[in-house]
Design a protein around this ligand. Structure first.
Ligand SMILES: Cc1cc2nc3c(=O)[nH]c(=O)nc-3n(C[C@H](O)[C@H](O)[C@H](O)COP(=O)(O)OP(=O)(O)OC[C@H]3O[C@@H](n4cnc5c(N)ncnc54)[C@H](O)[C@@H]3O)c2cc1C
Ligand code: FES
Length: 345
């Protein structure tokens, strides 16, 4: 069959992600994936998906998605981009599949003949985990301003002759002169990101110069959109919290609340429980209240909802403006509380 060649119907910035919705076992599953291709490529986008052993979507894409399939993809979003205008030069620090936003930036900047320094430090477990290895080597050979260092933590049994171990302060300062004045983009496994952030702080890099993207799946297990509730919504019962047990039709992977505070969704007329480590979004999903979401890491802003009673804490609130915060808008994917809450959803 002849391919229908047309430019992609949207634009994006290097480092942004798209969100894919798949139907798996009758449930909608939504996951974000960074576009690893360059925005200068208008004919396709490239997603680079790591197959997680028990992952719903990543296994679905690896094992079932095939040429000719139609994928539901949301418009690209995210603030973890670098176009070359934000600073004079960039240090990209990636661990594992966290290389994807860096690759888009690297491809874009080299396509545009960006003349400032581009450093890429890439950490993986084994040499076979180095994604884009040949392309990176080619780009470094072709562009004198591109400097790439890969570090492997478990080289045993391979012919790896490069740096061994992790991204230490020593390695970083050896590879990147004047690190304290650089803009840094960091993405990788949570433990690696925490370790590198601490090292950068010790190396006197101002935290505002360090931009991060968190790929980590939501705590509390894999997430699917809740199936439509099979029973009519439970009526509001004043201040008395209604204990909602997970029903037989509950979507797999949706965590049930484990007690403590009550949460009332005033528009949906439902009340459930909110455990201290559970987000408002997870509490909503557990009782079939639909709140739109996308990234689940506090950056896209799709899950904004008004809070009408109670106080919440949010680990990440990047996508809220000062006015929104002042008027009681919260990010449902981030908001947690030990108090009773009323949310306008
Ligand atoms: C902004 C953003 C950009 C991203 N970009 C990328 C990207 O470019 N490439 C990429 O690969 N990913 C990326 N991710 C991560 C991606 O969105 C998914 O979180 C990831 O693919 C896992 O989704 P999943 O459905 O396969 O796993 P889920 O089903 O959500 O499971 C999450 C994790 O739990 C584990 N798990 C599930 N059930 C069990 C069980 N019973 N026992 C033990 N472990 C279990 C899974 O193995 C998996 O590691 C990005 C995330 C964000 C937020
Ligand atoms: S889902 Fe993206 S900010 Fe909450």
């Amino acid at each position: 069959m002849e391919a229908n060649l047309a430019p992609i119907p949207f634009t994006f910035l290097p480092g942004q992600y798209a969100t894919i919705t798949s139907e798996i076992d009758g449930h909608k599953v939504r996951r974000s994936y960074t576009i690893s291709s360059s925005p200068t490529q208008r004919d396709y986008i490239e997603l680079t998906v790591k197959r997680e052993q028990y992952g719903l979507e990543s296994r679905h894409l690896h094992d079932h998605a095939t040429t000719g399939d139609l994928l539901e993809v949301s418009a690209p979003a995210g603030r973890f981009f670098f176009t070359g205008k934000e600073a004079e030069g960039i240090v990209l620090m990636a661990g594992g599949v966290g290389i994807t936003p860096m690759m888009s930036v690297l491809r874009y900047l080299t396509d545009k003949s960006y003349h400032n320094e581009i450093h890429l430090l890439y950490g993986v477990n084994a040499p076979c985990d180095l994604i884009f290895r040949e392309e990176c080597a080619y780009l470094a050979r072709r562009h004198p301003n591109v400097h790439i260092v890969s570090v492997v933590s478990k080289p045993e049994g391979t012919d790896w002759s490069g740096p061994v171990g992790y991204m230490t302060a020593e390695l970083i300062t050896q590879c990147v002169p004047d690190i304290a004045r650089r803009r840094i983009h960091l993405c990788g496994p949570p433990a690696m990101m925490e370790a590198v952030k601490a090292i950068l702080l010790k190396l006197n890099v101002p935290p505002e110069q360090v931009k991060t993207e968190d790929f980590a799946p939501p705590r509390g297990g894999p997430v699917v959109d809740p199936a439509p509730p099979s029973a009519p919504a439970a009526p509001l019962e004043g201040a008395t919290p209604l204990t909602v047990a997970p029903s037989a039709s509950a979507a797999p992977g949706v965590t049930a609340p484990s007690a403590q505070a009550s949460i009332t969704f005033s528009k949906s007329n439902k009340t459930g429980q909110l455990a201290p480590d559970q987000s408002v979004l997870e509490a909503a999903e557990a009782i079939g209240v639909v709140i739109d979401f996308e990234c689940r890491v506090g950056t896209c802003g799709r899950c904004k909802v008004p809070l009408s009673e109670g106080v919440v804490t949010m680990e990440v609130e990047d996508s809220l403006s000062a006015e929104e915060k002042a008027s009681g808008i919260i990010l449902a994917c981030q908001a947690k509380s030990a108090q009773n809450l009323v949310v306008d959803a």
